[in-house]
Design a protein around this ligand. Structure first.
Ligand code: 3H9
Length: 698
């Protein structure tokens, strides 16, 4: 007989003769939230209680099997039944339970599968234990059951990298029993019939034994000490896997305790915040607007930025027209793109045929008329308002109606650029970060007259280029560079007052920045900041403290790596502080009558962060960023802010508004112009509010 009973709104139980099919339906990714857990327990109990049922098969509706625990529940009071208990009850089922995995069976989803008595993967399946990417470790038996099936080395590989393992590899390891093609329900039915026929074996993973792999444990500990020192859950994960040789129940008790502990660690909270930041930025007021189709784009300017943007677009499958003023510069741009694509081949990102196909989609030209039929054009010439306005006026005359016209300016006013056209509704800022084909951040700058569908097109382009697009308003520097310009000053103040470049870099790298600011400057080219300071010079208030050291370095023609020296020396050996730059620093300090004082790494980090957070708060208050989490995303994905710290404003909540204000007030005694308490911080301190609450509107 056949009938389907809803257990609750996420789980249903279908009987097909002797087979009970348990269906999970919790879009979008079938996360194992409370209702899913409760429903699974009830469904398996009901199937066990039904004398006609001989075998139970679990599968999921929609695009994927369970992609993990419901991350939104983390940090809230736990609601029974807990996932480890659900998994244990499934494993203990008197009747055989099998699972059919499709899409991405990750974390708790894979753990659910491991607790069943056989696993069938559907072609295209990817499995993994990505908890480490959230600063956690598997918490529902993954560290105990996986080693029993695939050994400690493979388990540690999966659980410490968080990588998604393809079905074929999972099959070869023995993590899944078969790979089939078809619809999950049909595969579940067929596999269950095989269990009945005795052609598909079932077994309890918990009954298997795991062998201690001393070499794998040692290698994992060494790797974690070297590369993952900031992820508190990583050593706990290794400890849990090491316990897999004992009884499952004991190992799971340790695993559960460690999981709960990891949830409370700053790195756990920071990395979970980063997960949501990556996705929250897509929530924009224009999300309902239909993006315009984009297949063919134009890029004006073949310099570092233009060729990087063109590379990103080619990698995203688009046709690209590259425009330069003269044949020689055009050829240089084309060669850079080719080099970038070769680099992508070397890094294993694309195959050689894909590189060739990408290059074939590139059409370099010195004739702007070739932009007649492009869907979108990105101007990436040097930062000069007059030049940009001339280009936009030309584009207005050339581009087809409805073409989106974007500027990659890092600072300039998009409203003014748009005013050079007769169609300001089609103009926006698309601010890429160097190297544009690698850095994930894209600021989508919305000007006063930008049409909603043009904003939506910017976001759709970001997605096609695998970028993280963040909505920003118009101001000098938008979100990221406006904040950078502010904390850049505090770095210079500390330099002038006694902290040397390598000390500042070391302190901030110790905090977790991917690279210290002086190294970043040398890498990006010190001339970029120099030009920017010259542009801003007339705007600089008289009361602002100005440090001329960086200008003096640039005056020597030392622009960093590309000239062999900057703050550091690059002469083929180890990078080391540049003694000639140090001589200039010493000279400027003496000229200003400053006796250099010592800064502890802690003070360097505190001053840097306090400046960064202050300007971030102003950017939110001014509406330049929609929410604090957007600022966090900008710094996580564009400025190397450490993921385990969640972002500057997530970190600000950990410090607390009152403490930040106290710091600003103390620093203001030296420089009351620079150190001003942002009104938003005062409000948060007064009301006991937080940046996190502003994200959710609580
Ligand atoms: C775990 O399992 C712990 C256990 O060991 C122990 C427990 C006791 N929860 O990424 P997308 C949302 S830890 C809640 O854009 P895609 C996401 O926020 C977990 N929500 O789709 C977004 O929402 P919105 C281990 C989740 O197709 C929407 O779903 N698992 C979860 O590009 C679509 O997501 C993981 O870490 C979740 N687990 O990629 C896997 N997952 O539309 C995390 C997603 O409101 N997830 N959402 O912004 C992923 O890696 C990707 O989402 C996935 C799909 C590859 C599955």
């Amino acid at each position: 007989m056949t009938d389907t009973t809803p257990i609750n709104d996420k789980i249903s139980l279908e009987r097909q003769g002797q087979i009970a099919l348990v269906r999970i339906d919790n879009p979008p990714v079938n996360a194992s939230g409370q209702a899913v857990r409760q429903g699974l327990v009830e469904a398996v109990e009901a199937a066990n209680a039904d004398p006609d049922v001989k075998v139970i098969a679990i599968y999921a509706a929609g695009r994927t099997f369970v992609a993990g625990a419901d991350i939104r529940e983390f940090g809230k009071p736990p609601k029974a039944p807990a996932l480890p208990d659900v998994c244990n009850q499934i494993e203990a089922s008197a009747k055989p339970v099998i699972s059919v995995l499709h899409g991405t069976a990750l974390g708790g989803g894979l753990e659910l599968g491991l607790a069943t008595h056989a696993r069938i993967g559907i072609t295209g399946l990817r499995v993994g234990l990505p908890e480490i990417l959230l600063g956690l470790l598997p918490g529902a038996g993954g560290t105990q059951r996986a080693p029993r099936l695939i050994g400690m080395a493979n388990t540690l590989d999966m659980a410490l990298s968080g990588r998604q393992v393809k079905a074929e590899e999972a099959l070869a390891w023995g993590l899944i029993d078969r790979v089939e093609t078809g619809d999950p329900r049909a595969v579940a039915l067929a596999a269950a019939a095989e269990v009945l026929a005795g052609t598909l074996a079932t077994r309890h993973t918990g009954d298997l034994t795991a062998t201690r792999d001393e070499a794998a444990l040692k290698a994992a500990r060494a790797m974690v000490a070297k590369k993952m020192a900031n992820v508190a859950s990583a050593p706990l994960c290794i400890d849990a896997v090491a316990r897999a040789t004992g009884p499952v129940a004991d190992g799971m008790t340790f695993e559960r305790q460690s999981f709960m502990e990891a949830l409370k660690t700053p790195s756990g909270k920071g990395m979970i915040h980063a997960f949501f930041a990556e996705r929250a930025v897509a929530k924009i007021p224009e999300a309902g607007a239909t993006p315009r189709p984009v297949a063919k784009i134009g890029v004006i300017g073949g310099g570092t930025m233009g060729s990087g943007i063109a590379t990103a677009a080619l990698l995203g499958g688009l046709e690209v027209r590259l425009i330069e003023v003269a044949e020689d510069v055009l050829e240089r741009g084309r060669a850079t793109i080719e080099k970038n694509l070769d680099g992508a081949v070397k890094r294993g990102k694309i195959s050689e045929p894909k590189r060739d196909a990408a290059l074939a989609r590139l059409a370099p030209s010195t004739d702007m008329q070739t932009l007649r039929d492009v869907d979108l054009v990105i101007e990436a010439v040097f930062e000069n308002m007059e030049v940009k306005k001339q280009i936009f006026a030309k584009l207005d005359a050339i581009c087809k109606p409805g073409a989106v016209m974007a500027s990659n300016t890092s600072y300039l006013n998009i409203n003014e650029i748009a005013s050079a056209t007769s169609r300001p509704q089609d103009v926006l800022g698309l601010h890429f970060f160097s190297p544009a084909h690698i850095m994930r951040l894209l600021e989508v700058v919305v000007a006063d007259k930008t049409a909603p569908e043009v904003v939506a097109t910017g976001f759709a382009l970001g997605k096609a280029l695998r970028k993280i697009a963040v909505r920003a308003g118009v101001c000098d520097g938008f979100i990221g560079n406006r904040i950078l310009a502010h904390y850049g000053k505090v770095i210079m103040y500390m330099l002038m007052d006694g902290a040397n470049p390598d000390e500042i870099d070391a302190a901030l790298e110790g905090f977790g920045l991917a690279m210290g600011p002086f190294k970043v400057g040398d890498l990006a080219g010190l001339d970029i900041g120099w030009a920017e300071r010259k542009r801003r010079a007339p705007l600089r208030p008289a009361e602002e403290r100005y440090i001329p050291i960086a200008d003096r370095i640039c005056e020597q023609g030392w622009f960093g790596r590309k000239t062999g020296q900057g703050w550091y020396l690059y002469d083929g050996g180890e990078i080391r502080p540049n003694p000639e730059a140090q001589a200039i620093i010493d000279e400027e300090r003496a000229k200003a009558g400053i006796t250099p004082r010592r800064f502890t790494p802690e003070e360097i980090v505190d001053r840097f962060l306090t400046a960064m957070i202050s300007e971030s708060a102003r950017v939110v208050a001014d509406g330049i960023a929609q929410r604090p989490i957007d600022v966090d995303a900008v710094f996580l994905f564009g400025y190397g802010f450490p993921r385990f710290r969640g972002g500057p404003l997530h970190h600000a909540d950990q410090i607390g508004a009152a403490k930040l204000i106290a710091r600003i007030e103390a620093y203001a005694k030296e420089d009351a112009h620079f150190w001003q308490v942002p009104p938003l911080l005062t409000t948060l301190a007064k009301t006991g509010g937080s940046f996190a609450a502003l994200n959710t509107g609580d």
